[in-house]
Design a protein around this ligand. Structure first.
Ligand SMILES: CC(C)(COP(=O)(O)OP(=O)(O)OC[C@H]1O[C@@H](n2cnc3c(N)ncnc32)[C@H](O)[C@@H]1OP(=O)(O)O)[C@@H](O)C(=O)NCCC(=O)NCCS
Length: 175
C-alpha cells in the first residue's frame, strides 16, 4: 500500500504539546534554532496567539493523523517598512523526515503568502543545514547573502545563509 501523504492545516491549540516537543528538541540538539534554553507550553501558547493576532499562518502537518511537523512565517523585521517581507520557518519531527512533509508545509505556506499579497519571503538558515537549503532551493529561493560567524552555539561559531523568494512585483502606488 502507498504511504499516506502529509495533510496540512491551520495549527490548533491541541497541536502545541507536539510542537513544543519538536521545538525543544531543536533547541537542545540542533543548530536550526539559536536559542539554548527550553521553553514551556505557555510560551508556545503566547507564540501562537501572537501569530494569530498578526494574521500570519502557523500550519501543522499530519501523516495518518499523527503530528509530523509545523511551519509558519512572520514579518522579517518589526518595522513598518518591512511589512511586505516575511521570514519563514519549517520543522519536521525526526521520524517523518525525507518523506515530503516539509515540502507539503512550504507549498501551502507559500500559497498563503501569495494569497495575502506578501512580496518577499526570507529564509535565514544555518549554513551547514544542507537539507533546509536544498528544500528552499526546490521552491525557487535563491541564496542572497552569507553572514559568517554571526551565531554561537555548542562552543562554535555558526554562519547564516540568507535565502529569498520574491513574488510578483507590486504596483508602485500600493501602500
Ligand atoms: C530541513 C527539514 C525541514 C526538511 O524536512 P523534510 O520533511 O525531511 O523535507 P522533504 O522530505 O520535504 O524534502 C524536501 C527536499 O529537501 C531536501 N532534503 C531534505 N532532507 C535532506 C537531507 N537530509 N539532505 C539533503 N537534502 C535534504 C531535498 O532536496 C528534498 O527533496 P528530495 O527528497 O526530492 O531530494 C527537516 O530536515 C528538519 O526539520 N530539520 C530540522 C529543523 C530544520 O533544520 N528546520 C529548518 C530551519 S531553517
Amino acid at each position: 500500500m502507498a504511504a499516506e501523504l502529509p495533510q496540512v492545516r491551520d495549527t490548533e491549540l491541541t497541536d502545541l504539546p507536539a510542537i513544543l516537543e519538536l521545538h525543544n528538541a531543536a533547541i537542545a540538539a540542533g543548530t536550526a534554532i539559536w536559542d539554548t534554553e527550553p521553553v514551556d507550553l505557555a510560551e508556545r501558547e503566547r507564540w501562537l496567539a501572537e501569530r494569530r493576532a498578526a494574521g500570519t499562518p502557523v500550519l501543522t502537518a499530519t501523516v495518518a493523523g499523527r503530528f509530523a511537523g509545523y511551519a509558519g512565517y512572520r514579518q522579517w523585521w518589526p518595522k513598518a517598512g518591512y511589512r511586505h517581507t516575511m521570514e519563514n520557518s519549517v520543522y519536521v519531527a525526526a521520524g517523518h523526515r525525507r518523506s515530503g512533509v516539509a515540502s507539503a508545509l512550504l507549498a501551502e505556506l507559500l500559497a498563503r503568502a501569495r494569497a495575502s499579497g506578501v512580496h518577499a519571503m526570507v529564509a535565514a538558515i544555518e549554513s551547514g543545514n544542507v537539507a533546509s537549503i536544498a528544500l528552499h532551493r526546490n521552491f525557487g529561493f535563491q541564496v542572497v547573502g552569507e553572514l559568517p560567524e554571526v551565531g554561537r552555539k555548542f562552543d562554535r561559531w555558526l554562519d547564516l545563509t540568507l535565502m529569498q523568494l520574491t513574488f510578483e512585483a507590486r504596483v508602485a502606488s500600493e501602500p
